[in-house]
Structures are given as C-alpha cells and as structure tokens.
Design a protein around this ligand. Structure first.
Ligand SMILES: Nc1ncnc2c1ncn2[C@@H]1O[C@H](COP(=O)(O)OP(=O)(O)OP(=O)(O)O)[C@@H](O)[C@H]1O
Length: 610
C-alpha cells in the first residue's frame, strides 16, 4: 500500500540495515540501501527518493555529508538522521543543517515507523495497543471537525468570558489601560483544557470570532472554561479541588479576519502576519524554512510581539497544517495539575478521576504543540517534558504503559532562557533541545515602518467586527503620534489602543485625540520650536523673516529649494528614528510621497531601505 514511496537506508552495520529494511518493507515501502556515503551518493545520483534514513557515523563520512549533498542540489528528499545515544549535539547539528528529524540509537522501531511516516507526510498511526487514548486523540486527516469519540475530558464552556475561573479569559477592556503593558488578550489568557484534538468549540469560534478578540487576541479559537476536574492527589494535591483549567487554545485552522472568511477562505497565520520591515521579512523567511522540518523552534521576544502568531504560521505552512495546533500557556497552569494536563490521566488515577482524559500531547497528536511562556515551567515539570521529548512518548498519570506521540514542539518565552539556565531555574539539557532553532520576534519599536500597515489591518478587522463602515483611517497626525510611542506592550498594545480609538472616534478618521495618548507623552514629543516654521508650512504658517526676507536670493531656486527640502526630510527622519512613515506624516506626506522625495533627493537610510 505504500509502494509508491521509495526510501534509501544508509547504515554500515549490516544487522541494523537488515532490521530497518525489514521494518520498512513490512510497511510496504520500496527500498534501497547503502553502507557508505559514497554508495549512498551513487544511488542518489541515479534516482530520487521520498526520504533518506541515514546513520550519522559512516565509514567514509557522516550523515551530514549526505544531507549537504542533497541540500546543495536543492533535492526534496526528507532526511532522517540516526544519532548515537548521548550525542544530542549531533541531532541538533543535523536539524540545523536541514534534516527533517532524527532518531537516537538504539532505535525504537515504533518510533522509527512513526518518524518515517511523518517524514513522508503521512498521518502517523500510533500503536493502538499502547493506549486507547492515542487512537482517540489522533484525528483523521480528512476530518476537520471535532472527531474525538470521547467526551471532553475537561469541561469547556463557549461562554468563556463569564467563567469565574481564575484563568478565565474575559476579554479585557481595550480602553482600560492603553499604555500599560496590555493584559493578555482573551486569546492567550484563555482558560480551557483540551478535550479532543479539535474541539467543536474551536471550529465554531474560529468562524465566529474572527481574527481576534477585542483586546487583540491572535486567536479566534480561544476558549475559556472551567474544568471541574480534580487535582491529582499524587501530584501534591491532597484533596480534589475544582480548579481553573490550563490555558489552551486549540485550533487546526488559523483564525481569519471576519468578513473575508466566506469569500476568501481561511487566511493563514502567515498572511495575518503583517509587516514588510526587514525584520519581519526575515521572520517570514525563517517560518518558511523551519516549517519543512520537525526541528524544535524557540520563539523569543517581548510580550505581544506576535510569537504565537509566528508559531501558528509555522504550523500553517508545515505539512502538519491539517492536524491540530494546540497552544498552551505554561505559566497559567497550577503546578500540581501540570503533569495531568500535559500527559493526560487514567480513570482512577486520583480521587475524582472518573474517566480517562487526554493531555496536551495527545490532543496535539500529529500536529503542533506550542508551549508559550516555557520559562515558567517548574523544574520538576521540565524534567518530565524533557523525557517526553527524548522518548517521544508520554505516560498518562495512572497509566502503566507509555504511549507514543508524534508532536512537533514549538515554544516561546519573553525571558532570557540562557540566563535562566545560568541561574539554575531552567534545565540546560531542555534548553538545548528546545533551542535548536531560535526565532527572535522583534519589538514593534524596532520596526516602526510596520506600524502603518499593522494599524490599517487591525482597524479593518475591528471595524468590520463592530459593523463600522467605512473603516476609519488614522489621520497623518495620529499616525505620527503613534510613531513617537515606544509600545512596551507591542502589537497587542497597538490593537488595544486602536480598539479604544475606534470606539471614541466619531467620524471617518481617527485623530490624535481619539488615541488617548497621555498628555505627558504628547508634550514631551512636541515638535521642537526650531522645526515649527517648516512643520507648519503646509498649514500656511509663514516662514520666519530671516529665512526668506533677509537671506540673499539664491542664484538657482530649484537647487536651493531641493536643498531645503532635503534638510527638512533628513531632520524629520532623524527625529523619527528613520521611520519614514512617521517622518513623512509629520510633514504631511504619505509614505509613498516620502519615498518618492527621498529617492529624488538621493536620501538613503543605509541598510535595508524597504
Ligand atoms: N505582525 C503582526 N501583524 C498583525 N497582527 C499581529 C502581528 N504581530 C502580532 N499581532 C497581533 O498581536 C496580538 C499579540 O500577538 P501574540 O499573542 O502572537 O503575541 P505574543 O508575543 O505571543 O504575546 P505573549 O508573549 O504575551 O504571549 C495578536 O492579536 C496578534 O494577532
């Protein structure tokens, strides 16, 4: 049944080669094998394969040689590298070099089959004998809705925001504190546990709530609920206490801007990631690149910069897109519930465990598990997570057997994890595993040229959600005022601020006053006196007498005016830290006009000038 896939196995140990061959032949794959790099390359010269499984250490080179050979030729074969036990640095190196995945010796054949299936883009089918949970958790590839046969392990309520749970995700009022570091949006702060890989509520809220909540959530699938679940006694909780559940967002589909859903179909997270700054272009490139492998990615950046959106984009671009994307806020889960939440539990495991429940890993089976605020995981749980990653299997609380999981792990933190390692608060080995590839999502203030397009997109979304038409635009002055703000809460704060501005603005335009920026900030940022003459030129304020009345007449008016214009543009650019949108707006120019004038006057900002 799998004979359409042809694999190449490279290992110099005949016994192992035979073992791999037998395993793969039994799966129905067509197969070639080689014992050296040279033989492998000869075979690869002669034909293409769907995947290559290669040992790292070979008599005449390493698996990396095979990998690089393929990479240099732009070949599409996915590569699984087999590394010796206790040499994670080899695995990391292979992943960085572009391997799809790795296996550690001694190879567990069940894992072997799963990894190969995953490399071939098939839905890995964990052995059903391992646990009924696995089979239940694994969604059908063709199924796009909640398919779990089991009832929700944790009660989830679509009426999330009314949940009294301490972890509930009542959308925060965007107007409450536009300048404070905004509260997490309804999305990320949601409280809910995963019942099934793709809970019905996820589907429903994907189409219902659009691109994000009023406070700027990235997730339209956020669900908050209260789990009347138990606190496992064997996890330091002496009695059963109804707890607020972990914070989870589950979605197989990206959230999408409302109003475009029906016409344009689902909008991927990558499309939702607005911004054409050099930094964002680089992030987008990395997303495309890392989406091709199973390499763990650590997203680093301040709160509200878009780390979760980037994680969703990686999932959306990857072959795992049809499978669940499970986002978990590690910092929000009570410590004594962590193990049960992550790995699930079995009926009778502790008082109140009246039925089997799946955990995040099972819910993400075949898909992506995004662990936000990974730096908040307590050390004990870090060890358990590390083990799950190494073994690619988890043991639900109260279960005897391990169950294999095929999950791609993405994590995020606003902390400096390397410093946390040094301080003894984060396990070095786990850091090493999570940090195979790092993507830094820069703060908004470092990419202010993205301010205008993000604002436009956000306004479009919230206006559409609120049924406001036409979509109000920011005036040039409002945009300039925003350009002077440092946005400690990043894009989320911008969203909150615009939400509030939209509510306050009466007409078609959003002006400075609607933004509710603090007086102190506006005063501090007032245009310096010396600039008033020129800044106000457009409003008809006359130039000071000495500028035109007493200065000698220029012999070449055009060149003279060009020089004046150039100096003013340079001053504005300096004042707005090379942000052309804000600098232009302060002079009453659109970005396009600004670009045109800069090009005409030969003004270059150096570096990437997009
Ligand atoms: N480049 C972008 N374009 C459009 N919207 C964005 C962009 N970056 C972030 N957002 C929006 O900003 C909000 C915050 O993003 P997100 O939740 O991904 O940030 P985060 O870094 O994960 O925050 P935290 O660290 O607090 O979890 C979301 O609503 C998201 O959709």
């Amino acid at each position: 049944m799998s004979a359409d896939s042809r694999l190449l196995v490279v290992d110099d140990e005949p016994d192992l080669r035979t073992l791999y061959e037998m395993t793969l032949l039994r799966e129905g794959f067509a197969l070639d094998s080689a014992g050296t790099v040279e033989d492998a390359l000869a075979l690869l010269e002669s034909r293409r394969y769907d995947a290559v499984i290669t040992d790292m250490r070979l008599p005449d080179g390493t698996g990396l040689d095979v990998l690089r050979w393929l990479d240099q030729r732009g070949r599409s074969e996915r590569i699984v590298v087999i590394t010796a036990y206790g040499s994670p640095e080899n695995a990391v190196e292979a992943l960085k070099a572009g391997a799809y995945d790795y296996l550690t010796k001694p190879v567990d054949l069940r894992q072997f089959r799963m990894v190969v299936a995953s490399a071939l883009g098939r839905v890995p089918r964990p052995e059903s004998s391992a646990s009924g949970l696995a089979a239940r958790a694994a969604p059908s590839p063709s199924s796009t809705s909640a398919t779990s046969a089991s009832p929700s392990p944790f009660t989830t309520s679509p009426a999330a925001s009314s949940s009294p749970s301490p972890f509930s995700a009542a959308p925060s009022s965007p107007s409450s504190a536009p300048f404070s570091s905004s509260p997490r949006p309804g999305g990320s702060a949601s409280a809910s546990s995963v019942a099934s890989p793709v809970p019905a509520y996820a589907e429903a809220s994907t189409s219902a709530s659009g691109f994000g909540g009023p406070s700027g959530s990235a997730s339209a699938t956020t669900v908050a609920g209260q789990r009347p679940g138990p606190s496992p006694q064997d996890l330091d909780a002496p009695t059963v206490t109804p707890m607020g559940a972990a914070m989870v967002e589950a979605s197989r589909k990206a959230a999408q801007p409302r109003g475009r859903v029906a016409a344009a179909g689902p909008v991927s997270a990558l499309e939702r990631l607005v911004g054409d700054s050099a930094a964002m272009r680089q992030v987008r490139e990395l997303i495309e690149k890392v989406a091709r492998s199973m390499a763990p990615v650590l997203l680093n950046g301040e709160s509200g910069t878009g780390k979760e959106l980037v994680a969703r984009a990686i999932h959306d671009v990857s072959a795992r897109r049809p499978q669940p994307f499970i986002a978990v806020n590690c910092g929000a889960i009570p410590e004594q519930l962590l193990e049960a939440e992550f790995f699930g539990y079995r009926k009778g495991a502790f008082t109140g465990a009246t039925e089997d429940r799946e955990g995040f890993f099972q819910a993400a089976q075949g898909g992506t598990l995004f662990l936000d605020e990974i730096g908040d995981l307590p050390l004990a749980m870090q060890s358990k997570l590390l083990r799950a990653l190494q073994e690619r299997s988890v043991r639900p609380v109260g279960a005897v057997a391990e169950m294999p999981v095929n999950v791609r792990l993405l994590s995020a933190t606003h902390k400096d994890l390397a410093a946390e390692v040094l301080a003894g608060r984060f396990r070095q080995d786990l850091y090493y595993r999570l940090n195979v590839i790092q993507i830094r999502v820069p703060p908004l203030r470092e990419r202010m040229e993205d301010l205008a397009p993000i604002s436009a997109r956000v306004l479009q979304r919230i206006a559409t959600d609120a049924g406001v038409e036409p979509v109000p635009q920011l005036t040039a002055q409002a945009l300039a005022a925003l350009g002077r703000y440092s946005f400690p809460g990043n894009v989320r704060e911008l969203e909150n601020l615009l939400h509030r501005a939209l509510a306050l603005s009466g007409g078609d335009g959003i002006d400075v006053v609607d933004l509710g920026l603090p007086e102190a900030m506006l005063e501090a940022e007032e245009v310096p006196e010396a600039a008033v003459d020129t800044a106000d030129l457009a409003q008809g304020v006359p130039l000071p007498a000495e500028a035109i009345g007493q200065a000698p007449l220029p012999s070449d008016l055009a060149t003279y005016l060009d020089e004046v214009e150039k100096r003013l543009l340079l001053r504005a650019l300096e004042q707005y830290r090379n942000n052309r949108t804000a600098a232009g707006a302060s002079l009453g120019l659109s970005l396009r006009q600004m670009r045109y004038r800069m090009a005409r006057l030969n003004i270059s900002l150096g570096g990437d000038d997009a």
